[in-house]
Design a protein around this ligand. Structure first.
Ligand code: ATP
Length: 348
């Protein structure tokens, strides 16, 4: 059975380090929530509180409205996969997957056939007899996933399970985890510091900062409408341009653009614009100067000096050659800013 998991006012401190500070987060039944944030923001601690490895100082963990804060880890119904390959080295892949069933006294024939079924489910039908050292990193994580799913957990907890893998394996495995998670309908919390991973896999992304929830929303909402400058900065690249509020618009780069969301009270504002919203046109007397270009294939990221301010623009890869460093350009913003905030000292 799949479950709804609720974290209520969770607080956990280690000495003077506050890992979780009044964290509220709900993961709906069958949902995959990615917990995203910089190193040390409390992601793993939050996950460990759900698993029962960590006891919060205050607050509660609820599963289907039942308070399980005091329930020991081995009595909780959660499957876990960690970043490091945590398979038992002396057990075959099949016995690794069957381990939990053995603990629960499932008879050998039954647990072995179930383990083989699970290995097939994670795309490894023929490796049951192999030992962890005979498997690639990606294969080991698939086995770890099969092991986590073996006891049909109502919650799946994944702690950076892909970060030790190379880029290609990471992308294919994340697609597979997502496919499997949807087909099993298992409520999942996925901890990552990789924003692309979070955006591509999750139903909702929860951004954590210093133990607090900064924003939780669907991937497109988090990207298009970050609630704070911290979220905007953390998800993708961002330009900061000076602007002035006029009515319900902001004047930036000589253009009047609509403001999404709350209109700041201050007249002088910091306007946050994504690199893909900046168009460049070569012009001999243009105010901008291309200083650097990095080709990425389909696109190129150009760095432009605009009155001493650095602006990044993403252009189609084939335009990079006509906008080489040294080219003067005119900049046009082609999308509304993702955020308009009061100007802070650092942004001025
Ligand atoms: P990372 O992405 O680097 O894994 P994280 O977001 O998962 O980080 P946590 O591991 O939850 O962060 O740690 C949050 C804070 O609590 C950090 O400052 C960390 O040093 C501290 N911390 C976590 N566990 C302990 C512990 N057992 N003892 C002391 N401090 C701890």
């Amino acid at each position: 059975m799949t479950s709804r998991v609720e974290l209520r006012h969770l607080r956990r401190a280690f000495g003077s380090t506050v890992a979780l500070d009044d964290l509220d987060l709900t993961i709906e039944a069958g949902e995959l929530v990615a917990l995203l944030g910089p190193s040390g923001c409390g992601k793993t601690t939050a996950l460990r509180c759900i698993a029962g490895f960590e006891r919060p100082d205050r607050g509660a963990v609820l599963v289907n409205d039942r308070d399980i804060t005091a329930v020991p880890a081995n009595k909780r119904d959660a499957g876990m996969v960690f970043q490091s390959y945590s398979l038992f080295p002396h057990l075959s892949a099949r016995d690794n997957v069957a381990f939990g069933m053995r603990m629960r006294k499932v008879v050998a024939a039954k647990r072995h056939s179930r383990a083989d079924e699970l290995l097939e489910l994670v795309g490894l039908p023929a490796i049951g007899d192999r030992y962890p050292h005979q498997l690639s990193g990606g294969q080991q994580q698939r086995v770890a996933l099969a092991r986590a799913l073996a006891l049909e957990p109502s919650v799946l907890l994944l702690d950076e399970p892909l970060s030790a893998l190379d880029a290609k394996v990471r992308v294919s495995l994340r697609e597979e985890i997502r496919r499997l998670q949807i087909s099993l309908g298992v409520t999942t919390l996925f901890v990552t510091h990789d924003q692309e991973e979070a955006l591509s896999m999750a139903d909702r992304v929860a951004v954590l900062r210093s133990g607090r929830l900064e924003q939780v929303a669907s991937p497109d909402r988090i990207y298009e409408h970050p609630a704070t400058a911290f979220v905007a900065e953390f998800i993708g690249s961002m330009n900061h341009l000076p602007g002035a509020v006029e009515g319900d618009r902001v004047i930036v780069n000589g253009q009047a653009l609509p403001i999404d969301g709350a209109i700041p009270v201050a007249a002088e504002v910091d306007v946050l614009v994504r690199p893909e919203a900046v168009r460049l046109q070569s012009a001999p007397n243009g105010p901008g100067l291309v200083t650097r270009s990095s080709f990425r294939g389909a696109t190129a990221r150009l760095h432009v000096d605009l009155d001493g301010r650095q602006v990044q623009a993403d252009v189609p890869g084939h335009d990079a050659s006509v906008l080489a460093p040294g080219t003067r350009v005119v900049l046009t913003l082609v999308d509304r800013p993702v955020l308009v905030t009061e100007r802070t000292q650092t942004s001025a």
